[in-house]
Design a protein around this ligand. Sequence first.
Ligand SMILES: [Zn+2]
Length: 290
Amino acid sequence: MDYLIRSMDTGRNFRVFAAVTTGVTEIARQRHDTWPIATGALGRVMTGALLLGANLKGRDMVTVRVTGDGPLGSIVVSANAGGEVRGYVQEPHVDLPRQIEGKLPVGAAVGRGTLSVTKDLGLKEPFTGSVEIISGEIAEDLTHYLITSEQVPSAVSLGVLVDGEGRVRASGGFWLELLPGAGEEVVGILEEHLAGLPPVSSMVDNGASPEDIARAVAGNFQINILDKTPVCFRCMCGVKKVENLLVSLGSEEIQDMIEKSGGAEVRCHFCGETYNFSAKDMERLLEEIR
Ligand SMILES: [Zn+2]
């Protein structure tokens, strides 16, 4: 089971959020038929969005958009405080030569552009912040976003490991956030410690739980686990929502679809679910409009 934990060191110097998302990323791979590089990119963005979402409350939502000029196109993911995430990558079938054995060239496939984070906190206006993509490796870009756009001193690490068949072997990540009281000494120890950590995907592949990851990040500092939230791939689409969408197109458009295609097939970008509407279903929608 995939889950996420939030923890804080006993000296209140920092917090560590950590997640194992192997199942979530595998579901996304199956739903979108992503090839390895796209799987890696989408898995990293989904894990990052879940970590950001863990800082929200109730029905608040966070959407991460990575809009690069590389072959993957855009990656769009949204997650909520309840550990639900959904997302897609514009071009799931991308392959590039591997420069380093075992490492997916996500940065090259994302390219340069912008990373933006939108938080819908149930207020009138959602808050959006964006930064330029610095490496396209996602974790580095999210760290850059947190430091420059939100002024939160952070270190984010995200990783996805794919097997020879393209299935997800391991996926996970962590977000280390320094709290205002953290002294230079603590920061120095953490930095040194982080530099010596194995990649987070290797930790997950070796069976590390989110608690293990958080403890590895904290090193000699004692941490308390604050809470634990299951995470899953879940979309917010549904027949009713798609019907509303069709109705919003207007009766002329619906009439046109009935005549030209004898119905409609609507595919949800976020989760790949398809909704089929027969001519009869469409007639019913026309009735509703009238
Ligand atoms: Zn959907």
